[in-house]
Design a protein around this ligand. Structure first.
Ligand code: THU
Length: 129
């Protein structure tokens, strides 16, 4: 699975985003160490805090399937006025992902202009007990 393929999977699942309040559709594709890919989109709600980000939907699906080690996550977002700007994972999602794979590769941008970061770089000194 290449970074490009993972980003394309994120773009595909982004089509299912339920984002009537923000109009910001996000897709995420999480590559597990065993090669499986779990995807997620953001799901909003009338009661705003009840919604969930695409990254955590993908992460929690994977954990519910018994997977706890991950290699990479691709994230893609879209809204009219931020077109062209990469969609980076929010702070809560960075923390949630760090619980399982602090060395995760984070893939953003577009299939033709891919950006990669390490989660440790995006969330230095993550909280842990
Ligand atoms: N969102 C994500 O899905 N992932 C992020 O990392 C940042 C934000 C969603 C949440 C909400 O549905 C919309 O984008 C606007 O914040």
């Amino acid at each position: 699975m290449t970074d490009r393929e993972l980003l394309l999977a994120a773009q595909e699942v982004r089509k299912n985003a339920y984002a009537p309040y923000s109009d910001f559709a996000v897709g995420a594709a999480l590559l597990c160490e065993d090669g499986r890919v779990f995807t997620g989109c953001n799901v909003e709600n009338h009661s705003y805090p009840a919604g969930c980000c695409a990254e955590r939907v993908a992460l929690f699906s994977a954990v519910a399937a018994g997977v706890r080690r991950f290699k990479a996550i691709a994230v893609t977002g879209w809204q009219r006025d931020v077109a062209g700007r990469p969609c980076m994972p929010c702070g809560i999602c960075r923390q949630a992902l760090s619980e399982f794979s602090y060395d995760l590769r984070v893939i953003t941008g577009t299939p033709d202009d891919i950006l990669t970061h390490n989660l440790q770089e995006l969330l230095p000194f993550a909280f842990g007990m």
